[in-house]
Design a protein around this ligand. Structure first.
Ligand code: NDP
Length: 341
């Protein structure tokens, strides 16, 4: 009887791991590089960070008439729910102002109020990451804000695990990669000059990664693994409107597309560090823990959303509450120890 119970638990464990978006591996070509970035790995129930060295800071005071010079400001994409919202709450508790960059103004406004963010501590601004044009408009709108921007958190993401056919962004890119990666790639690039110009704080760009930075982990080995191939899905006229919907040009798989996009987030962090760290900006990627009750799992079946948190709490013991994940993100954004590693 015990053997049967054990076998059932093992099968359930394997199945849940197989379904989990966080069992991602990175493309083999960069595995060693990415793994080599890990500077700080806390124990398994905590979080892993890739925090890059802090370069010299070049201040350019471009905001002489700012009304809020003493208040630090962070832009968080997708802070209308989950980890981003929890991080926004944590930062406002620390005295920061948060710009919630969200595709639904009303949802973000209601979520912030429901979460208890004090009035005046946040601003909701429209940003639809499924449109590169919206990203450019957002950045133009940032220029009209009477605030300097001290941090950017690239947090928003979509995951459609049950899709059998790809969805596309306004520009025709597969939506996981277009939203989670390409839009953040553009946003971060456009925001770097504004971050550099901020006075009085070491500017930071923080990407949300997954547990799969380390290809030696169990999570990193479970298929479908991220694999960007030769990037053939992003080249030529076939790249648009789905003739090649995946980055590697292969058949559509929604969970692999999600994992590919998260791999790209980390590669972006790494490359931006290489290009811009000497200009005074710190780039980080954080795995906040397995946040099994976050809305990211909204498209999984009901039974999975019931079992998965229990599985994480009582079997793997890797469960992290949304509030704790938000606290971790806020720490990487704001605390001194994360600008010098
Ligand atoms: P949520 O689904 O709660 O948060 C995702 C956010 O992204 C939502 O606010 C959503 O907005 C927003 N978003 C989606 N599409 C767009 C778009 N086109 N434009 C603007 N915003 C958009 O999930 P989590 O909080 O769990 O995830 C946050 C981040 O953490 C993600 O990057 C995820 O990959 C990462 N992560 C999560 C883990 C987990 O266990 N949950 C583990 C490791 C990493 P809307 O409210 O309108 O849908």
């Amino acid at each position: 009887k015990e053997a049967a119970v054990l076998a059932t638990v093992c099968l359930l464990s394997l199945f849940c791991f197989g379904c989990d978006a966080f069992q991602t591996g990175y493309l083999s070509a960069v595995r060693n590089n990415v793994a080599g970035l890990s500077k700080c790995t806390v124990n398994k129930n905590q979080f892993s960070l890739n925090v890059l060295p802090k370069p010299s800071f070049h201040s350019k005071s471009r905001y002489p008439s700012l009304i809020q010079m003493s208040t630090k400001t962070a832009v968080i994409t997708g802070a209308s729910s989950g980890i981003g919202l929890a991080a926004a709450k944590e930062l406002t508790n620390k005295g920061w102002h948060v710009i919630i960059a969200a595709r639904s103004f009303s949802k973000a406004e209601i979520a912030a109020q429901t979460e208890g963010l004090p009035a005046g501590s946040f601003t909701v601004m429209p940003l639809d990451l499924a449109s590169l044009n919206s990203v450019r408009q957002f950045v133009n709108q940032i220029d009209t804000q009477p605030r300097q921007i001290n941090a950017l958190v690239c947090n928003a993401a979509v995951w459609y695990p049950r899709d059998t056919a790809p969805r596309f962004t306004a520009e025709g890119f597969e939506e996981h990669v277009g939203t989670n990666h390409l839009a953040h790639f553009l946003l971060a690039g456009l925001m770097v000059p504004k971050l550099k110009a901020a006075d009085g704080f070491d500017p930071r760009v923080v990407f949300l990664g997954t547990d799969t930075h380390n290809p030696d982990s169990i999570a990193g080995k479970i298929p479908p693994q991220a694999d960007l191939g030769e990037l053939s899905g992003l080249t030529g006229s076939d790249a648009l409107r789905g003739a090649k919907s995946m980055i590697d040009g292969k058949a559509f798989d929604p969970t692999k597309a999600y994992k590919d996009s998260k791999a790209c987030n980390v590669l972006t962090m790494k490359e931006m560090h290489r290009r811009f760290a000497s200009k005074g900006v710190t780039f980080s990627a954080i795995f906040p823990g397995c946040v099994a009750e976050s809305p990211l799992f909204r498209d999984k079946r009901d039974w999975f959303r019931f079992i998965f948190p229990l599985f994480q709490k009582y079997i793997t013991k890797q469960f992290v509450p949304v509030s704790e994940a938000g606290r971790r993100v806020a720490a990487v954004v704001s605390e001194e120890e994360f600008c010098n590693s």
